[in-house]
Design a protein around this ligand. Structure first.
Ligand code: AMP
Length: 409
């Protein structure tokens, strides 16, 4: 019989990794809570139509990467590939435009994309997602970028690089794409064949090409951020100036094109040079039209998502856990209940406590205490003794309260 394994592109979270994840959740809660963001959760699956309309029919995500299935009534459902569409759906469904604006939310959980698995790219992965809906103020853009920078720094992600750009509005982008297409047509002979093939559908992709001839052509190509409407350009200037004031370094990269259709104005991405090909640790931007496109009132909005697995890869080995447990050993079988009761009382007193639960000999129990790096062992037999595992000193204790006094910090 062949043994069962987790599906391709998925993984189990085992204990040391689990602890690191919990630490990141606490860090997120602290950093985001202080800035007024509230925890939020949406379902892991939604109607397929939400992503088709919200993420964009023409995107790679919708065309190739969704895990879509039918329920028993024949409705098409999809495991969420990203968070923003679901957040906007909830904003409209619950009439959140009636609340004080902006509505600031964060969530954490699994996301699903049918991609070719490799290091840092999975079919089920975890995102921390942060959204602010209901304000077009550039300070919200800058605040979100600074919050992600702080989260990455305090999580211990080294060597980050921040790229930012502005995509303007859908209209200015369309006019610009026409201009770029016309420019590329004038230079068609010098372009690589795949850029030529995608010239109609996505001329912006030409900026990503490694082909030497194409790169030469792109050096003098028209640039979107020089074609922004005055309002969009002023908005971008203000975002940059707030980042400058905060002392956060960034590069303006006019080739930054994110893989989702809904972005307007500010877009940004953080990479870590510690990672290989999949080096994007988090990114996002403004999506001023999305809530309206999903049937809500006109609502400017803004957000980002950070990939937790990539953050864990970029932060290297976990620091050793410094909270060492107290271990309750059982010196004779009749003492088992007493040991169980003492362990409960030590836990109630706030101590991390483990007890013997594997039928080991007393010698085996001391070996186990060393293995789990216990700082003290409470030996329950005819009486109670407390052994300090570092000094080796052993003292009697009358009851659990005295044990607590002896081993409590
Ligand atoms: P995106 O929604 O594509 O902007 O992704 C936001 C972040 O999620 C990225 O910067 C990555 O860190 C992470 N991410 C996206 N796709 C995957 C994946 N397939 N596996 C692991 N992490 C991912």
């Amino acid at each position: 019989m062949s043994s069962l394994q987790a599906p391709r592109g998925t993984f189990d979270v085992l204990p040391p990794d689990g602890r690191r994840r919990l630490r990141l959740i606490k860090l997120a809660e602290q950093i985001l809570g202080r800035a007024g963001y509230e925890y939020f959760a949406a379902p892991v699956f939604e109607d397929t139509e939400l992503f088709a309309r919200g993420v964009g029919e023409a995107t790679d995500i919708v065309q190739k990467e969704m895990f879509t299935f039918e329920d028993k009534a024949g409705r098409s459902l999809t495991l969420r590939p990203e968070a923003t569409a679901g957040v906007c759906r909830a904003y409209v469904e619950h009439g959140m435009h009636k609340l004080a604006q902006p509505v600031k939310l964060w969530c954490w959980g699994p996301f699903f994309r049918h991609e070719a698995p490799q290091a840092g790219r999975y079919r089920q992965f975890t995102q921390l997602d942060v959204e602010a809906l209901g304000s077009d103020d550039p300070s919200v853009d800058a605040e979100l970028i600074l919050l992600l920078a702080e989260f990455l720094e305090r999580a211990g992600v080294a060597g980050t690089r921040l790229r930012i750009s502005s995509l303007g509005t859908a209209e200015s982008r369309r006019e610009y794409a026409d201009e770029l297409r016309a420019y590329l047509r004038e230079h068609e002979d010098e372009l690589s064949s795949d850029v030529r093939e995608r010239l109609d559908a996505n001329p912006l992709r030409a900026f990503d090409s490694d082909h030497e001839g194409t790169r030469v052509v792109m050096r003098t190509a028209p640039v979107l951020i020089e074609r922004l409407d005055p309002d969009d350009a002023a908005h971008f200037e203000e975002v940059k100036s707030l980042l400058d004031d905060a002392g956060l370094g960034y590069e303006v990269d006019h080739t930054l094109v994110r893989g989702l259709d809904y972005y307007t104005r500010t877009v940004f991405e953080f990479e870590s040079e510690r990672l290989g090909a999949q080096r994007g640790v988090g990114g996002g931007g403004r999506y001023d039209r999305l809530v309206e496109e999903l049937g809500g009132p006109a609502t400017p909005a803004n957000g980002w998502a950070a990939g937790i697995e990539r953050i864990l890869l970029a932060t290297g080995e976990p620091a050793a856990d410094d909270s060492r447990p107290v271990y309750v050993a059982i010196a004779k079988p009749e003492a088992e209940r007493e040991a169980f009761r003492i362990a409960r009382e030590l836990r109630a007193g706030g101590l991390r406590t483990e007890m013997e639960q594997a039928g080991r000999s007393i010698k085996g129990q001391f070996k186990h205490a060393d293995r789990i790096r216990a700082r003290a062992t409470v030996i329950v037999g005819d009486g109670i003794e407390v052994k300090d595992m570092d000094s080796g000193e052993q003292r009697p204790a009358g009851d659990a309260a005295e044990v607590l006094r002896l081993v409590g910090e």
